[in-house]
Design a protein around this ligand. Structure first.
Ligand code: AMP
Length: 352
C-alpha cells in the first residue's frame, strides 16, 4: 500500500489527470505530471511537472524516481519508453498496448467472447474496396492508432464512395455501421487484489463522434444488456491483470451488446460519478493504484445528466450556475478550439 503523503506520477497532462490529481489531493497524496505539451491543465494542480518528450529516457527516469506509483490519464502514451519504469507502473503497459491499436483491441476482446462490429483490416485502396464489398456499406474507415473523439474516421455510405477514396497512409480498419438502439459504457474499477466494482452504466449520446451527454438511469434497452457487457468488461480487466478504472463502450442492439472500444483509464462517460455516485471514478482509481480499499460505486442521485462543454460553449459556461442543481467543472484550457473538451456540467435530481 502507498500511504497518504506518497507521490503519484501521472503520464499525460489533460483534464483526466487534473481531476485525478484533485481526488488524490483529497486523500492526502501528491501528484507529479509528465507530458510533452507545455499547456498542461493537470500540471496546474500538481506539485511538479516534467514537460519532456515521451522518449526522453533521462527525464522519464528522473520522474519515476520521484514517484511511489505511476499511472496514466492518456491512452496513447508510447509504451516503449515505459519499459525502464515498469516496476513503478500501477499495472502492466499491456493494457495500453492492447487499446492503442483498434485491431489488436478487437481481437483481444473477441478472444474473451466479446462481439465487435464486423471489421476488416485495410492497408491499401484495393483492400478498402474488397473490405466494403465483403462487409457492405454503410461503414466507417478508422485509423488503427491515435484516433479519438471522431478524429481519424471517415464514413463510407456506398461501395462507390470507397472506390473514389484515397486511403490514408497509415494502417486502418473498416467497420460495418452498427444500427444501434443506444450507446452505453461499462465503467469498472479493479483493485490490486482483483476485486472489481462497477458503476451503473450511463446512456451516452455522441454528436459528431464526440461524447455530448451521459445520463442515468439508462433506458431499459441498456439495463437489459448491461449484465452481459459487465461480464465481458470484467474478463478484460482480469485478463490484463488491470489495476484502476477501465471503461468499455458498447452499442445496445437487437442482438445484444456490441463492443465498440475500450479505454484503460478513467473516462469522460464516468464524469457523472463525481456528484452522482458514492465514490467517483477518480477517487476509486487513486484508491486502486495505491492499494487502498475500494469505495462504494452505487449511484446516489435519482437522476444524473452530464453534459460536455465543447469549444466556444465554454464562453457562456458560467450561465449554468444559475441552476442550483448544476455542478460546473471547467478544465482551465486557454484556447477553445472547435471540438475541444473545455469542461462539463453535471445535474443531479433527487426527487425525479
Ligand atoms: P469511436 O471513436 O470509435 O468510439 O467512435 C465515436 C462514435 O462514432 C461512437 O461512439 C459512435 O457514436 C460512432 N461510431 C463509431 N463506430 C461506429 C460503428 N461501427 N457503427 C455505428 N456508429 C459508430
Amino acid at each position: 500500500m502507498i500511504a497518504p503523503g506518497g507521490t503519484i506520477g501521472i503520464l499525460g497532462g489533460g483534464q483526466l489527470g487534473r481531476m485525478m490529481a484533485m481526488s488524490a489531493a483529497q486523500l492526502g497524496y501528491h501528484c507529479i505530471t509528465y507530458a510533452p505539451e507545455k499547456d498542461s491543465v493537470a500540471a496546474e494542480v500538481c506539485d511538479d511537472f516534467f514537460c519532456n518528450a515521451w522518449d526522453d529516457a533521462q527525464a522519464m527516469a528522473a520522474f519515476a524516481q520521484k514517484c511511489d506509483v505511476i499511472t496514466w490519464e492518456f491512452e496513447n502514451v508510447p509504451v516503449g519508453p515505459l519499459a525502464p519504469i515498469a516496476p513503478r507502473l500501477a499495472c502492466s503497459a499491456r493494457a495500453l498496448e492492447t487499446a492503442q491499436d483498434r485491431l489488436s483491441e478487437k481481437r483481444f476482446v473477441e478472444g474473451l467472447g466479446g462481439k465487435p462490429a464486423a471489421y476488416a483490416k485495410v492497408d491499401t485502396a484495393s483492400g478498402l474496396a474488397s473490405a466494403v464489398d465483403r462487409l457492405g456499406a454503410p461503414g466507417i474507415l478508422k485509423t488503427r492508432r491515435d484516433g479519438y473523439d471522431g478524429k481519424g474516421q471517415w464514413r463510407i455510405d456506398t461501395v462507390r464512395d470507397a472506390e473514389g477514396m484515397r486511403v490514408p497512409d497509415v494502417p486502418t480498419i473498416y467497420e460495418g455501421f452498427v444500427e444501434f438502439d443506444a450507446e452505453f459504457s461499462v465503467i469498472l474499477v479493479r483493485g490490486k487484489d482483483g476485486e472489481k466494482r462497477f458503476w451503473d452504466s450511463p446512456e451516452n449520446d455522441h454528436r459528431g463522434g464526440i461524447l455530448a451527454q451521459s445520463t442515468l438511469p439508462a433506458r431499459d434497452v441498456i439495463v437489459k444488456q448491461s449484465e452481459e457487457a459487465r461480464a465481458l468488461a470484467g474478463h478484460v480487466a482480469d485478463a490484463l491483470n488491470y489495476v484502476g478504472v477501465l471503461t468499455l463502450e458498447f452499442f445496445a442492439t437487437h442482438e445484444g451488446p456490441v463492443f465498440n472500444e475500450m479505454a484503460p483509464r478513467v473516462h469522460n462517460s464516468g464524469h457523472w460519478t463525481i456528484e452522482g455516485a458514492a465514490t467517483s471514478q477518480f477517487e476509486n482509481h487513486i484508491r486502486a493504484i495505491c492499494g487502498l480499499p475500494l469505495g462504494d460505486t452505487s449511484t446516489i442521485a435519482k437522476t444524473v445528466r452530464m453534459d460536455n462543454i465543447i469549444g466556444k460553449d465554454a464562453d457562456s459556461a458560467h450561465e449554468h450556475l444559475s441552476d442550483p442543481h448544476a455542478h460546473l467543472h471547467l478544465y482551465g484550457k486557454a484556447k477553445a478550439r472547435e471540438g475541444r473538451k473545455m469542461g462539463h456540467v453535471t445535474r443531479t435530481g433527487w426527487d425525479g
